[in-house]
Design a protein around this ligand. Structure first.
Ligand SMILES: Cc1cc2nc3c(=O)[nH]c(=O)nc-3n(C[C@H](O)[C@H](O)[C@H](O)COP(=O)(O)OP(=O)(O)OC[C@H]3O[C@@H](n4cnc5c(N)ncnc54)[C@H](O)[C@@H]3O)c2cc1C
Length: 398
C-alpha cells in the first residue's frame, strides 16, 4: 500500500517548497536563539512577517490574515515541509498558535486588527495566562477574579507557568467573572497589556538550568482592563479555552511525528559505528521508536480522513500521548546509552532552525529534559489517558 496525496495537494507542496527555498533565512542569522517563548530575535520576526505577507504563515486563513484558504490536506503537507526542515513558523508559539488564533475565532474586527494581526506579523508578542497554582489540569477551578466596574474590569489574582510573559506585550488571561455560576460557566477571556499598572511578572528558571528562564508567575493587583478587551461574550471563556486549544491541537501530531523522526535521525547518527549499534537491547528499543513513528503517522492520517469527512476524531489525545512519550522514550534511550557523555554531547542544531520542541537544546540531556514540556503542557499524559479511557474506550469515570 502506498499512501499519497492528489495532484492538487502535491502542487501546493511544490509551491511552498519553492517559497521556502527562496526565503529561508541565512543559517548564520538563525544561529541567534530566542530568549524565551516571546523573546523573538529580529531575524525571526522578519521571517514570520514575510510568511504572513506572502500568505504562508497560517495557510488555512484567508489572505488578509496571512493565509491562502488552504484545505486540510494542503495544511498537512505544509506542516510536513516545515517539520522536515526544522522550520518553526514563529518563536512566539503561544502568541501565534493560541492567542492570535483565539482572537481570530472569537474576537471582533477591532480586536483582530489591534492584536491578532500584529501578533501574527510579529510586531507584538503574546503569552497565555491560563494555569494558576490551584488550577492546572483542573483549569476550570481558576480563581483569578475580574469584576466589571463601569467601563473597566478590575483584575486580582495570580497565574503561573506563563511561558514568555516577561518578554510579551500582551497576555490572554482567563478570569473568573461570575463566582456564583458553575465553575465552567463563570469564566471570561481578557487581553491584558503587560505594561498595565498593578501587573507584576516574575520570571523563574526551569529544569533546563539557571539560565533557562521561560516560566513566569504573574500577579494582578487591582489591574484595570478596559471592557473592550473582553474577547467573546462575558462568561463564555470556557468555550474560548477549548476552542483555541482544539484549533491548535488538531494538527499538532504532524509536528510530533516529524519531531520524533528528526530525533530518530539524530539518534541513529549518534549510535552508528559505535559498539551500541550491536547491542540487542539498544536495537530493540530503537526498533520500538521506529514503530512508534509509523504508528503515529498512520493514526494521524486516520484522524485526518475523519476530519475531512466532518467527523470529530477521537485520536487527538492518543496522538498527543504517543507523540510526546515516544520522544521521551527515545531521548531516555540515548541518555542511558551515552551515559555521562550525554551531558555535553553537542547536538548539531546551530545550522538549522531550532524546532519548537527542542528550542535551545544543545545536548542529549537537555533534549531529554525538554521532552517533559511535551508530556506536561497542553494536558499531562495522565489527563490524556483519562480522556482516552472515558471518551475513546467508553470506560466509566475514575
Ligand atoms: C513547558 C510548559 C509550558 C507551559 N506554558 C504554559 C503557558 O504558557 N500558560 C499556561 O497557562 N500554562 C502553561 N503551562 C502549564 C500547564 O498547562 C500545566 O502544567 C498543566 O496543565 C498541568 O497542570 P499543573 O502543572 O498544575 O499540574 P497538576 O494539575 O497539579 O497535576 C499534578 C500531577 O497530577 C496529575 N493529575 C492531575 N489531575 C489528575 C487526574 N484527574 N487524574 C490523574 N492524574 C491527575 C497530573 O497528571 C500531574 O502528574 C506550561 C507547562 C509546561 C510544562
Amino acid at each position: 500500500m502506498r499512501l499519497g496525496y492528489d495532484e492538487k495537494t502535491e502542487a501546493f507542496r511544490d509551491q511552498f517548497v519553492a517559497w521556502l527555498e527562496a526565503n529561508l533565512p541565512d543559517p548564520l542569522l538563525t544561529a541567534e536563539r530566542p530568549t524565551s517563548s516571546a523573546g523573538v530575535p529580529e531575524w525571526a520576526r522578519q521571517f514570520q512577517r514575510q510568511m504572513f505577507d506572502d500568505g504562508w504563515l497560517s495557510p488555512a486563513y484567508p489572505s488578509k490574515l496571512g493565509g491562502r484558504s488552504a484545505d486540510l490536506f494542503e495544511q498537512m503537507v505544509y506542516l510536513e515541509e516545515l517539520g522536515r526542515r526544522h522550520v518553526t513558523r514563529s518563536f512566539n508559539p503561544q502568541g501565534l498558535g493560541i492567542v492570535s488564533a483565539s482572537i481570530v475565532s472569537f474576537g471582533n474586527d477591532e480586536q483582530i486588527e489591534r492584536w491578532a494581526v500584529p501578533i501574527m506579523r510579529a510586531e507584538k508578542t503574546a503569552a497565555l495566562g491560563m494555569s494558576e497554582p490551584g488550577a492546572g489540569s483542573d483549569l476550570a477551578a481558576l480563581a483569578t477574579r475580574a469584576v466589571l466596574d463601569g467601563d473597566h474590569f478590575v483584575v486580582n489574582g495570580q497565574k503561573v507557568w506563563t511561558s514568555g510573559a516577561h518578554d510579551a506585550d500582551v497576555l490572554l488571561v482567563f478570569v473568573r467573572t461570575d463566582p456564583e455560576a458553575p465553575k465552567h460557566k463563570g469564566i471570561s477571556a481578557l487581553i491584558v497589556e503587560t505594561d498595565t499598572p498593578g501587573l507584576d511578572r516574575r520570571p523563574f528558571p526551569d529544569l533546563g538550568g539557571p539560565d533557562h528562564v521561560d516560566f513566569n508567575e504573574v500577579f494582578f493587583d487591582d489591574v484595570l482592563v478596559p471592557s473592550t478587551n473582553l474577547v467573546g461574550d462575558l462568561n463564555d471563556g470556557w468555550r474560548i479555552c477549548n476552542g483555541a486549544l482544539a484549533h491548535e491541537r488538531a494538527m499538532l501530531w504532524v509536528m510530533w511525528s516529524q519531531s520524533l523522526d528528526n530525533m530518530l535521525d539524530d539518534a541513529l547518527a549518534e549510535l552508528n559505528g559505535t559498539s551500541h549499534a550491536d547491542d540487542d537491547v539498544v536495537l530493540d528499543r530503537l526498533g520500538r521508536s521506529i514503530m512508534d513513528s509509523h504508528a503515529i503517522r498512520l493514526l494521524g492520517h486516520r484522524q485526518l480522513a475523519k476530519q475531512q469527512r466532518g467527523l470529530v476524531p477521537a485520536e487527538q489525545s492518543i496522538l498527543k500521548l504517543m507523540g510526546s512519550e515516544a520522544q521521551q522514550d527515545l531521548a531516555a534511550l540515548i541518555l542511558e546509552t551515552l551515559g555521562a557523555a550525554a551531558l555535553d554531547q553537542a547536538v548539531d542544531s546551530t545550522l538549522r532552525f531550532p524546532y519548537e520542541n527542542d528550542r535551545g537544546a544543545v545536548s542529549w540531556s537537555d533534549r531529554y529534559l525538554f521532552t517533559f514540556a511535551g508530556t506536561i503542557s497542553g494536558g499531562t499524559s495522565e489527563i490524556q489517558r483519562n480522556i482516552v479511557a472515558e471518551r475513546v474506550l467508553g470506560l466509566p469515570r475514575g
